[in-house]
Design a protein around this ligand. Structure first.
Ligand code: ADP
Ligand code: ASP
Ligand code: MG
Length: 818
């Protein structure tokens, strides 16, 4: 004999019921079977909610029950041929008339006892099993409807009744002895010795099936649902969750107890006692082997699954006057037990001055009252404080028998939580070492689950979640590069980069699963794009709350840079070519670095200086390894270098500047380059990286913009005025030539002093050979003393900058791998 149980999700509509019938047909070909059904999907919910509404004087139950009746009648019409429909329809109508009377009664007396509620709830299964039995008969099965109230006996703890196993087992065995047909059994419902209707607790149909399987010593118990077995985590919260092929009864119980809704915890007991294997299978994918739950716990991964419970609160009971802790605990748990409050987790510090309990949020009021009543005198005397409540929490639990005697699980768990900025309020590990639980904020639940899932199951492949602001030339080049390398990075570097948010100055858009980068839209083209609001963008990034996030700022905006502190605080890394933050106040620069360190995230800005050339990283490595920078000389402006190397070909200065502008080598207003401000910002950053306390005001900047050109109202007017200075520049060039020298616009830092301006250099100077828009940086340090370290190459352009940004993003991805 095999027992098959189909949950509400498997019998939600005609289509899914057809699949269920297929499965029954196939099983019946091979084995003798009995089938347990839940109520049609969502029906129990409606019944319970309607009862509560009726009790509170809300008449919406009338419509809800009418809809429910229509749904059942519709299913009868769909599943039972017309000539057989009348008996079934009569059954349904009679039940609904009774339900209407019941609800009306509740509405009038404004009361619904647990006993009445159980009776109301029982209609769901009684209707579904009856209709399905009739439909199966019509399909040619020798089906017989079995109301489980006839075979499962319980006490009268309504809502969560306890089974009287000796009586129940006899009843089941006798019944099956006398009935040979295919039994179609109501899940969830049972009855007391007096014949009152009880239920086994929400989701209790799994338990019904296990009770029957155990009584009949069935060969197996199959729980058919809408997922392929027990998954490593709740698939609605962790998209990468996957099927666990095999679990021990203990592991399954622990996972389900802590929220893996797929199987009801008590189900394990009867099956375990008789050693009956349980299979969790998918009605919508019957060929998938699903999960097998039995007595084995074969070696494998450190943990089997991660589960969670939401809507939890912590109660702290503390007080300097707590002397006899054992007695205090006895009284706490005694009072909670009398108030029927279920304690989910307990944690007690070794100082023994504080006991911390996790309970369901809905039970906080009763629990607090019960404990405070119990300790009324101690509280009045100041020996114990009033119960302190922390709300809006959740519990996450990692579960698996392999944790036993195997160090490392808790380390990995808390490292993953800590690295992702998830604060832990309380911790508990059962001595069975089967479960480690942590209480976290409800808002962090999804992030915590995903971080743990990655740490325990996917540590081979890291996901990096990117939020990109600025999709101009650099931003777009970056998206293209990531798209092209995505597969290779996944395969060879085990790094999965997803972009979840993109924005320019006008629009922003988000994608929960990550944009398709091959066809990544611009923000304004994305579906559900909204008007850009930086504060909202950051808030959305925070609320998506992914583990391993990075904010990429490809703008040149001060406004964006002003958000860096907040972003780092949220434990999100930053990658940026935007120089604004690092070239602002020294205090801000230092604070950002400190904050990144404190929050354990990276703030990377290799492209602040000389685009993708490895300047900042090299400098940081030099400093970390104990070198000391004596002098930095650098040509840091591609546009200025182009202008001065072109000047040597004899063209007038103003013409060369115009050509540089036309080629896109300068800013739209070339004065931004000629003023030397941009180069000054770069040498400022290099100086700071060399651990010198530099302020922008301290830099001696020699501008290349003549006085009268400065005030020119437009770029055209500027060019007109610049013509008047062509001769001066020609003279400068001539003087240099006479000395065999070349003109270069350079930045120098020596003895703590930085200067930026035009210099005439010997032909042998390394800068004299520079051509086009190349950059070059010379570091003279204690180690690189006689010959400086030289870094040279293209120091501007969207592609090389994007490549530098990309390299920093990958660096963060590699760094977060633990
Ligand atoms: P049924 O209606 O068949 O009783 P349930 O809705 O009670 O089904 O349980 C199945 C659901 O449990 C799945 O659809 C899934 O969303 C949820 N679930 C939560 N945690 C897990 C988990 N660890 N593994 C599988 N499913 C889970
Ligand atoms: N129908 C009941 C419920 O929704 C029992 C079950 O589906 O297992 O709780
Ligand atoms: Mg269920």
């Amino acid at each position: 004999m095999k027992i098959l149980k189909f949950g509400g999700s498997s019998v939600a509509n005609q289509e899914s019921i057809k699949k269920v019938f297929e499965i029954i047909k196939e099983s019946k070909k091979k084995d003798q079977i009995a089938v347990v059904f839940s109520a049609f999907g969502g029906v129990t919910e409606v019944l319970l909610r309607s009862a509560s509404n009726a009790k509170h004087g809300d008449k919406s139950f009338v419509e809800a029950i009418k809809k429910l009746e229509d749904r059942h009648i519709e299913l009868v019409r769909q599943l039972v041929p017309i000539h057989l429909q009348s008996t079934v329809l009569t059954f349904v109508k009679v039940r609904f008339n009774e339900l209407e009377d019941l609800f009306h009664g509740i509405y009038l007396i404004k009361e619904c006892t647990p006993r009445t509620l159980d009776y109301v709830a029982s209609f769901g299964e009684r209707l579904s099993a009856f209709i399905l039995a009739e439909a199966l008969k019509a399909e040619g099965f020798d089906a017989e409807y079995l109301d489980a109230r006839e075979i499962i006996r319980t006490n009268d703890r309504f809502g969560n009744a306890k089974v009287d196993f000796p009586t129940t087992n006899d009843l089941i065995q006798d019944y099956f002895h006398q009935h040979e047909g295919l039994q179609i059994i109501t899940g969830f419902v049972a009855s007391t010795a007096k014949g009152e209707t009880t239920t086994l607790g929400r989701s209790g149909s799994d338990y019904t099936a296990a009770i029957i399987a155990a009584a009949l010593l069935a060969e197996s118990l199959e729980i058919w649902t809408d997922v392929s077995g027990v998954l490593t985590s709740d698939p609605r919260l962790v998209y990468t969750a996957f099927t666990i092929p095999q679990l021990s009864y203990h592991e399954a119980m622990e996972l389900s107890h802590f929220g893996a809704k797929v199987i009801f915890p008590s189900t394990m007991q009867p099956a375990m006692k008789k050693g009956i294997p349980i299979y969790i299978k998918n009605t919508f994918e019957p060929s998938n082997p699903g999960t097998l739950i039995n007595g084995d716990a074969p070696a494998g991964k450190l943990i089997k699954g991660i589960s969670s419970m939401s809507d939890i609160a912590l109660l702290n009971i503390q007080g300097a006057g707590i002397l006899d802790v054992i007695d205090v605990n006895r009284r706490i748990f005694g009072s909670l037990s009398s108030a029927n409050v279920n304690v989910i987790l307990i944690s007690q510090a070794s100082s023994e001055q504080i006991t911390c309990l996790a309970i369901k949020a809905s039970e906080v009021g009763i629990a607090k009252e019960a404990i405070e009543k119990e300790f009324f005198h101690e509280i009045r005397n100041g020996e114990i404080d009033v119960v302190h409540v922390i709300s809006d929490l959740a519990v996450v639990a990692v579960v698996g028998e392999n944790m036993k005697q195997n160090p490392g699980a808790s380390g990995r768990m808390f490292q993953a939580l800590g690295q992702n900025n998830v604060n832990v309020y309380a911790i508990a590990q059962g001595s069975s070492e089967l479960n480690i639980s942590a209480v976290v904020s409800k808002a962090d639940l999804q992030k915590a689950l995903n971080a743990l899932h990655e740490a325990f199951f996917l540590s081979d492949n890291k996901v990096l979640h990117v939020f990109l602001v600025g999709v101009g030339l650099i931003g777009q080049a970056l998206i293209k590069m990531i798209a092209n390398q995505q597969q290779k990075l996944q395969k060879e570097n085990l790094l999965d980069i997803q972009i979840h948010g993109i924005a320019n100055s006008r629009f922003m858009a988000f994608h929960e699963d990550g944009f398709d980068l091959k066809n990544c839209p611009l923000p304004e083209e994305a579906p559900e794009a909204s008007i850009m609001d930086l504060e909202k963008f950051i808030s959305q990034m925070e609320s998506m709350n992914f583990s391993n996030s990075v904010f990429v700022d490809c703008t040149a905006s001060q406004d964006v840079a002003d958000f860096y502190e907040r972003i780092l605080e949220a434990k999100v890394g930053i990658v940026t070519p935007n120089k604004k933050a690092n070239s602002g106040s020294l205090e801000k620069y230092k604070n950002l670095k400190k904050l990144a360190g404190k929050r354990g995230v990276k703030f990377l800005y290799e492209t602040n200086v000389a685009a993708g050339l490895p300047v900042i990283n090299t400098l940081q490595d030099l400093m970390l390894s104990g070198d000391k920078v004596l002098k930095i000389e650098a040509v840091l402006s591609g546009s200025m270098n182009y202008i001065f190397s072109e000047l040597e070909n004899g063209a007038p200065f103003s013409n060369v500047v115009r050509k540089a502008k036309d080629l896109g080598y300068t800013e739209p207003d070339p004065r931004d380059d000629l003023s030397g401000m941009d180069v000054a910002r770069k040498i400022l950053i290099l100086g700071r990286e060399a651990e010198q306390d530099l302020h922008f005001e301290d830099i001696n900047i020699q501008s290349m913009v003549p006085e009268d050109c400065l005030i020119a109202a437009s770029v055209e007017e500027f060019f007109d005025k610049l013509k008047g200075h062509d001769e001066e520049f020609a003279r400068l060039l001539e003087q240099a030539k006479e000395k065999g020298q070349k003109l270069r616009f350079m930045a120098t830092l020596e003895n703590g002093k930085a200067k930026v301006g035009l210099q005439s250099l010997d032909a042998t100077h390394p800068f004299s050979t520079l051509k086009g828009s190349d950059n070059m940086i010379l570091f003279t340090t204690e180690r690189y003393h006689d010959f400086p370290m030289i870094i040279r190459g293209p120091g501007a352009g969207a592609d090389v900058t994007a490549a530098g940004v990309f390299a920093d993003v990958i660096r963060i991805g590699n760094y977060t791998r633990s």
